[in-house]
Design a protein around this ligand. Structure first.
Ligand SMILES: C[S@@+](CC[C@H](N)C(=O)[O-])C[C@H]1O[C@@H](n2cnc3c(N)ncnc32)[C@H](O)[C@@H]1O
Length: 243
C-alpha cells in the first residue's frame, strides 16, 4: 500500500505540469482535440492485434436483425469508426460520441466502408442517450469505452433502454486484472496518470461485475489477454449480452 502510493506520487511529480493545466481547466479541452489524432494512429494497430477476436465476436450480428431483416446498430463512443469494417453489409448505423472532434475521422472511416449506412450521428455521452427512443435498436456496440465513461451502470441502463427485447449488447473492453497479480498493482500505480493521457480512461475498471449486475437475460463473456501480456491494458473481456 505504501509502495503503491509512493510510486503514484512519483509519477504525479513527473507530470506535474499536466496537473496544473488540469487544475486550471485547460488540459481537458486541449486533450479532447488531440485525442482523436492519437486514436487515429492507435486504433489500426489495436485492430490488427484483436482482428480475429473482433471478426469472431461480430460474426453473429445478423442473428439479431429485426423482423424486416434490417439490423439497426447503435455504437457508443464510436471514436474514429474503427469497428465499421466488421459490421455486416446494409446495417443501419447510429453513431454516438461525446467528443465532436472525432468527426473527420469518422467520415473517413465511413467513406472506406460503404457497406454500412450512417443513419444518424449524435454527440452524446453513453450515460444520456435521450435522443434514441426506447427499444429503437437491435444491437448496441461498445469497444474500449466503458473504461472511460463516468458511470458504467448508467451507461448499461441506457443500453437496456434503447435495445429492443431480444436485442444484444456487444463489448470488448480492457479491465482490471486479478487483484492478486502484479498487473493489477501496476494498473493501480499508473491509473492517476493514465486518466490524464487516456481521456479519462481507467486501467482498473471492474466492468465484468457491472455487466453481471445489469438485468440482461443472457451474458456470454470471456476473459482474454491482448499482447503484450505485461501491459496494464492486457486483460480484456469480450462477448455479448442479450436483453
Ligand atoms: C479509447 S476510445 C475508443 C474508441 C472506439 N470505440 C474504438 O474502439 O476505437 C474511447 C471513446 O469513448 C468515448 N467516450 C468517453 N467518454 C464517454 C462517455 N461518457 N460516453 C460515451 N463515450 C465516451 C471517447 O470520446 C472515445 O471516442
Amino acid at each position: 500500500m505504501v509502495l503503491l502510493s509512493c510510486l503514484q506520487r512519483c509519477i504525479q511529480l513527473l507530470i506535474w505540469p499536466v496537473y496544473i493545466l488540469a487544475y486550471m481547466g485547460l488540459w481537458d479541452s486541449f486533450y479532447k482535440r488531440v485525442f482523436p489524432y492519437i486514436m487515429a494512429r492507435f486504433a489500426p494497430i489495436y485492430n490488427q492485434k484483436v482482428c480475429k477476436q473482433k471478426q469472431e465476436l461480430f460474426s453473429n450480428l445478423r442473428k439479431f436483425a429485426g423482423p424486416s431483416g434490417q439490423l439497426r446498430l447503435l455504437e457508443i463512443g464510436t471514436g474514429t469508426g474503427t469497428n465499421f469494417q466488421f459490421y455486416p453489409p446494409g446495417c443501419q448505423l447510429t453513431c454516438t460520441d461525446p467528443n465532436p472532434n472525432f468527426r473527420q475521422f469518422l467520415l473517413k472511416s465511413l467513406s472506406e466502408n460503404p457497406h454500412v449506412q450512417l443513419e444518424r450521428s449524435v454527440v452524446a455521452s453513453g450515460e444520456n442517450l435521450h435522443e434514441v427512443p426506447d427499444g429503437a435498436v437491435d444491437v448496441v456496440v461498445c469497444t474500449l469505452v466503458l473504461c472511460s465513461v463516468t458511470n458504467v451502470s448508467k451507461v448499461l441502463k441506457e443500453v437496456l433502454r434503447v435495445l429492443r427485447l431480444g436485442g444484444a449488447f456487444y463489448f470488448l473492453e480492457h479491465v482490471a486484472a486479478d487483484q492478486s497479480s502484479w498487473t493489477y498493482f501496476w494498473q493501480k500505480v499508473c491509473d492517476p496518470a493514465w486518466k490524464c493521457f487516456g481521456d479519462g480512461c481507467s486501467l482498473s475498471r471492474e466492468t465484468q461485475k457491472e455487466l453481471e449486475k445489469t438485468n440482461f437475460s443472457e451474458l456470454n463473456l470471456r476473459r482474454i489477454h491482448v499482447a503484450p501480456r505485461w501491459s496494464p491494458t492486457s486483460p480484456h473481456i469480450i462477448g455479448y449480452a442479450v436483453k
